[in-house]
Design a protein around this ligand. Structure first.
Ligand code: G6P
Length: 604
């Protein structure tokens, strides 16, 4: 979703902005722009489409030592140059990430004083508002505007008559900042800044950030200095590059064994899983009478898999909720119902809102998060960090499998706290989990078989995934991957449910993937698969190694390494990811940046 970059310092700004925007491309966007403060005023260049188009358009543009840049993912108003950021009004030029919810009201108010926007955006209203309050005091104008704005925003502002400063403020939307001997930088995420430093901070909400070439100052609404909490990016930009892979997605799929090892290994102590980070909520986890898992997209699918696992092992009811539903349905959450939030970015707007609601209701909150220092990590009572490293491709892959591992570890940790499993069983599970990286590696080694199947089915317009037990969650994730990057209609079902409607959609040539990695139910899934085949559908069982599949009952067969059960989620995830990836490549689609999607959905 929208990406922001800003710089002020001794270096020329144009390339810093354009390089920063290139690194933010992965967030998803449909137009881009920069504003450079030059001796003759602010010069703005904006284009629709990719940053490469902006680079071309900006070749003749003037350079300077202060500027702001933006990649826009359209919310208010279509994908047009006038709607692209930066927006200027009078002496104020700014970029914005977020949604100004009361923008219509503010627009009306501004119209009464004879001010009318040129674009359809809420952002231009922010620029107009700040300009209307500006009487030579930038801090007063920005803080005044922030008090009037409802919604989420990260704003970075240039004042034409204050060329030596860059201002920023945020509420709800992400922003990070750092300074070095060359100047001061702000960006939507640290990926854009890694060439300039590793030690960064997240400006607290509603605090004014003033950047000068000498450094950055933070002040609260009352004018008091605020000291930021410093964070360190423990990976460098090479970790966020393709390293010879044709796409980030493929690289990230292949990084899963290492990501899993990094996530699991430090948490195995004395042969069992021990999560020190949940100490603040351990009492609540021990006494919980119910658990909520709340997330969006792929992270929610990790939650669905965890529900099966947790209910099974802990005999504790677990409700999995889409964050956008949880936040508006007045959930029955309280001190006895811990809420587990799952998020790669830690910034998804609906998940953040769910977190705040859960806390308001007095529910203890545990977050499973990948991005250090993100909003969800900061505001939760306890954080279990996954160590996937930077995930750049929009379609989540390695973040998913480490979420599965983290939730498995949380389950084992709770089993220990609640006495649900004895020491021997806890040891067995820890040992089993340690084999997950190897299992996923074995699945990755089967890439060529998966590619052959992708080759055979990629022209289809509809695809179905079925499974039972843990395989239902995995079917949903496999289906989502396909929708995201192949632009294919796809649905996932509990295999037993297919007969209650969806089977009418099966026609000759429509592929159905039957996931069968759960021993107790696998024969049933395969018989549902045969029902599909009897109606002319193309069937592809994806079955654990060694388990019998009747010859002649399928069109193509894929095998999952291992012995099935809980651990099968890891190799199965890799196979489903590779399947979607190769279908997208065969279809000639932009795998890493699928249309209309954003990596981190920071608006409702
Ligand atoms: C977007 C991304 C998905 C992701 C979801 C939740 O839709 O495209 O890949 O699963 O947001 O994101 P989060 O960062 O909260 O895990």
């Amino acid at each position: 979703m929208c990406g922001i970059i800003g710089y002020i310092g001794t270096k020329l700004v144009k390339d810093i902005l354009l390089d920063g925007l290139t690194r933010l491309e992965y967030r998803g966007y449909d137009s881009a722009g920069i504003a450079v403060l030059t001796p003759s005023g602010v010069e703005i260049t904006r284009t629709v489409g990719k940053v490469s188009a902006l680079k071309e358009a900006a070749t003749q543009a003037a350079d300077g030592h202060a500027g702001i840049g933006h990649t826009r993912w359209a919310t208010h108003g279509g994908v047009t140059v006038p709607n692209a950021h930066p927006h200027r009004c009078g002496r104020v030029t700014l970029v914005h990430n977020g949604i100004i919810e009361n923008f219509a009201l503010l627009r009306e108010r501004l119209a009464r004083s004879g001010r009318f926007p040129l674009s359809e955006t809420d952002t231009e209203i922010a620029a107009m508002l700040i300009d209307s309050l500006y009487d030579g005091d930038p801090a007063g104008a920005i803080l005044g505007a922030a008090r009037m704005i409802e919604g989420a925003f990260a704003l970075v502002v240039l004042f034409e008559d204050r060329p030596e400063r860059l201002y920023a403020i945020r509420r709800g939307s992400p922003l990070v900042a750092l300074s070095n001997e060359d100047g001061a930088y702000v960006a939507s995420d640290v990926t854009a800044l890694l060439d300039h430093g590793r030690d960064y901070f997240v400006p607290p909400e509603d605090v004014l950030l003033v950047a000068r070439r000498e450094g950055i100052q933070l002040t609260d609404q009352a004018g008091n200095a605020v000291r930021p909490q410093m964070l360190r990016a423990d990976w460098d930009y090479t970790a966020a590059q393709k390293a010879g892979y044709p796409h980030y997605m493929l690289k990230e799929i292949f990084e899963q064994p290492q990501a899993l090892t990094r996530t699991i290994l430090p948490r195995v102590r004395e042969g069992i899983i021990q999560l020190e980070e949940t100490a603040p909520v351990d009492d609540a986890l021990k006494g919980a009478r119910q658990l909520f898992i709340v997330a969006c997209g792929t992270a929610m699918h990790a939650g669905l898999a965890a529900k099966t696992l947790m209910e099974n092992m802990l005999r504790l009811p677990v409700e999995v909720d889409i964050a956008s539903e949880f936040r508006y349905r007045d959930p029955i959450a309280d001190a006895g119902t811990p809420v587990v939030l799952v998020s790669q970015s830690g910034e998804t707007a609906d998940t953040v809102a769910a977190l705040r609601l859960a806390r308001l209701k007095g529910a203890p909150v545990v977050a499973v998060v990948n991005v250090k220092g993100s909003t969800i990590a900061r505001e939760s009572d306890a954080v279990i960090y996954t160590h996937a490293g930077p995930e750049i491709a929009v379609a989540s892959t390695k973040a998913f499998t480490v979420q599965l591992a983290a939730l498995y570890m949380l389950t084992l940790h709770m089993a220990r706290l609640r006495g649900a499993l004895d020491q021997d069983r806890l040891r067995e599970h820890a040992q089993a989990l340690l084999t997950a990286p190897q299992l996923i590696q074995e699945a990755l080694d089967r890439e060529s078989q998966v590619r052959e199947v992708a080759d055979a089915v990629h022209r289809a317009t509809d695809m179905f995934y079925i499974g039972r037990g843990l395989d239902v969650a995995m079917a949903q994730e496999g289906s989502l991957k396909l929708k995201e990057i192949c632009y294919l209609h796809s649905e996932a079902y509990g295999a037993g449910e297919l007969k209650h409607g969806t089977i009418s959609l099966i026609e000759p040539g429509v592929p159905t993937f039957a996931l069968a990695t759960q021993r107790e139910v696998y024969p049933k899934t395969l018989s549902n698969m045969r029902e599909v085949r009897a109606r002319g559908g193309t069937v592809i069982p994806i079955v654990t190694d060694g388990w019998e599949v009747e010859p002649g009952s399928y069109d193509y067969l894929l095998r999952v390494p291992g012995e099935g059960g809980v651990l099968a989620v890891f190799p199965l995830a890799a196979i489903l990811q590779l399947l979607a990836y190769h279908c997208a490549v065969y279809r000639g689609l932009p795998v890493d940046q699928p249309r209309n999607l954003a990596k981190s959905v920071t608006v409702e």
